[in-house]
Design a protein around this ligand. Structure first.
Ligand SMILES: CC(C)(COP(=O)(O)OP(=O)(O)OC[C@H]1O[C@@H](n2cnc3c(N)ncnc32)[C@H](O)[C@@H]1OP(=O)(O)O)[C@@H](O)C(=O)NCCC(=O)NCCS
Length: 182
């Protein structure tokens, strides 16, 4: 897979991800289900503008599968509100591709990218009940920190990954993944 910047012409592929309630139910209050292409284009415009303001290693990427060049999801590495000090790692995939290890592979690649840029730790914040996401972060060697409401005002489970944890998880990871800034 390749992680690359979003483009406006990804709108249909993105809608196939973010138009699905089973994906966005875990993202609210940050993002509700996207109802149509026009709304998806607006989100993409915002994400592209946001990316232009972000400093590396933070970013927002489309996840493109190399075997067929299809965009199958999105991934983030973003500062967590309110302090913008902790970096949150996250991913959203089209439901028909769940269960192939793509999220585990993506998380491993983004964390590796962050650690190559002098970041010591990254966090995942997961809504209680999101068992798939919790399994994904544990597959990547992330450790349970606790529950908090400090980030978005709702109860979230916090997991942390440090460099040594990633090294331990490496044998479980799949193929290396490209992160492209083009
Ligand atoms: C979270 C998400 C990215 C995971 O995608 P995925 O392709 O299923 O992930 P993977 O295949 O890499 O791993 C999923 C793991 O969950 C496990 N799993 C599947 N269903 C599960 C369930 N109901 N409860 C607990 N674990 C479950 C799988 O067995 C697998 O673990 P394993 O490899 O040890 O067997 C995807 O489900 C998604 O897009 N969800 C909506 C958005 C979201 O919640 N994002 C996370 C927060 S940003």
């Amino acid at each position: 897979m390749t992680l690359r910047p979003w483009r406006i012409d990804d709108a249909q592929a993105a809608l196939d991800v973010y138009g699905q309630a089973e994906v966005t139910r875990w993202l609210s209050p940050d993002m509700d289900r996207v109802p149509d292409l026009a709304a998806m284009r607006l989100w993409l415009q915002q994400w592209i503008a946001e990316c232009a303001r972000l400093r590396a290693p933070a970013g927002r990427w489309a996840i493109q599968r190399n075997t067929d060049d299809q965009v199958i999801g999105g991934a983030i590495l973003l500062p967590l509100p309110p302090g913008d000090e902790d970096l949150e790692i996250g991913w959203q995939l089209r439901p028909d591709v769940w269960g192939n290890g793509y999220a585990t592979e993506t998380a491993h690649a983004i964390a590796g990218w962050a650690f190559s840029q002098n970041v010591d730790e990254v966090f995942a914040v997961i809504r209680p009940g999101n068992g798939r996401a919790a399994a994904t972060v544990r597959n990547n060697g992330m450790h349970w920190v606790g529950e908090t409401t400090k980030y978005y005002g709702i109860e979230l489970q916090v997991f942390r990954l440090r460099v040594a944890d990633l090294d331990q998880a490496a044998p479980k990871a799949l193929q290396p993944l490209n992160i492209s800034g083009d």
